[in-house]
Design a protein around this ligand. Structure first.
Ligand code: HH2
Length: 261
């Protein structure tokens, strides 16, 4: 899943792709580099980011979505606002990516009505501005798993055709929480739904590698993502598609055919 952020303030590539032409070009490039899916977002969810009105978010994403729907790959809308999701799905978007984990009944109803799969991501409170104040868990893996399982059951019972589970790396999580969740990703995989991992360029990669500039965190990102694959992740949400494809070609050969014998 290639990330297309149409925001002036995203933590890693903010401001670069906010013009229509540039956004479309960037999406084309990611597809050419091997992206299977493009995730389009119009609001930054980094800790402490300024909230964006639904009108502004729609202004940012709808023209781009319309253009991208002819690219030939599935397009996902990354939004926590039902108003934005409704218009994106009416255009024909293929996947709903809700970082607030389908807490809002209207999001569930929309995914059911348009018969699209939904990504259910964990965050401790549905508010990026304050989520880091809620980074307290007795057992982060158990709590995230329980939340995702409950939300998945609710969504499926309401008619959502498929759910994708995501531990929400960096969303109301500290370093030790992110590490535990990636290390124990197999527990989420065991719930029987596809699992998405989004560690690309995130703060914990910087904390571990000492790389402060988000755009320069590719090496650490690849390490986290390949580790996640070895734990059973099905979808990686990435900014650097080409590098991931190259790494996957080698990792996949080793994981699939590299056993002795
Ligand atoms: N991470 C970000 C945004 N959306 N969606 C899912 N399902 N999983 C994630 O891990 C995830 C996500 C944050 O990264 P980015 O889009 O690069 O930054 P920003 O929110 O500042 O635009």
């Amino acid at each position: 899943m290639g990330v297309l952020n149409l925001t002036p303030d995203s933590f890693s590539d903010g401001g670069r792709y906010n013009r229509l032409e540039a956004a479309i070009e960037r999406a084309r490039q990611m597809v050419a580099e091997g992206a299977d899916l493009i995730d389009v977002g119009g609001e930054s969810t980094r800790p402490g980011a300024e909230p964006v009105s639904a009108a502004e978010e729609k202004r940012r994403v709808l023209p781009v979505l319309e253009a991208l729907l002819s690219l030939g790959v599935p397009i996902s809308i990354d939004t926590r606002k039902p108003e934005v999701a409704a218009e994106a799905l009416a255009l024909g978007v293929h996947l709903l990516n809700d970082v607030t984990g389908l807490r809002d009944e209207r999001m569930v109803a929309l995914a059911a009505r348009y018969q699209v799969p939904a990504v259910i991501m964990h965050m401790p409170v549905p508010d990026p501005a304050t989520m880091q104040q809620h980074a307290h868990y007795a057992d982060v893996v158990a709590e995230v798993k329980a939340f995702l399982q409950a939300q998945a059951q609710r969504a499926l019972a309401a008619g959502v055709p498929q759910v994708v589970l995501d531990p929400g790396i960096g969303f109301g999580k500290r370093l030790e929480h992110n590490l535990a969740l990636i290390n124990c990703l197999g527990e989420l995989v065991a719930l029987g739904h596809p699992v998405l991992l989004g560690a690309s360029r995130k703060r914990f990669i910087g904390e571990l590698s000492g790389v402060e500039v988000a755009e320069k965190r590719l090496a650490g990102t690849l390490a986290a993502h390949l580790f996640g694959l070895s734990r059973g992740a099905h979808i990686l949400r990435v900014h650097d598609v080409r590098a991931h494809r190259e790494a996957l070609a080698v990792w996949g050969a080793l994981a699939g055919e590299g056993q002795r014998g």
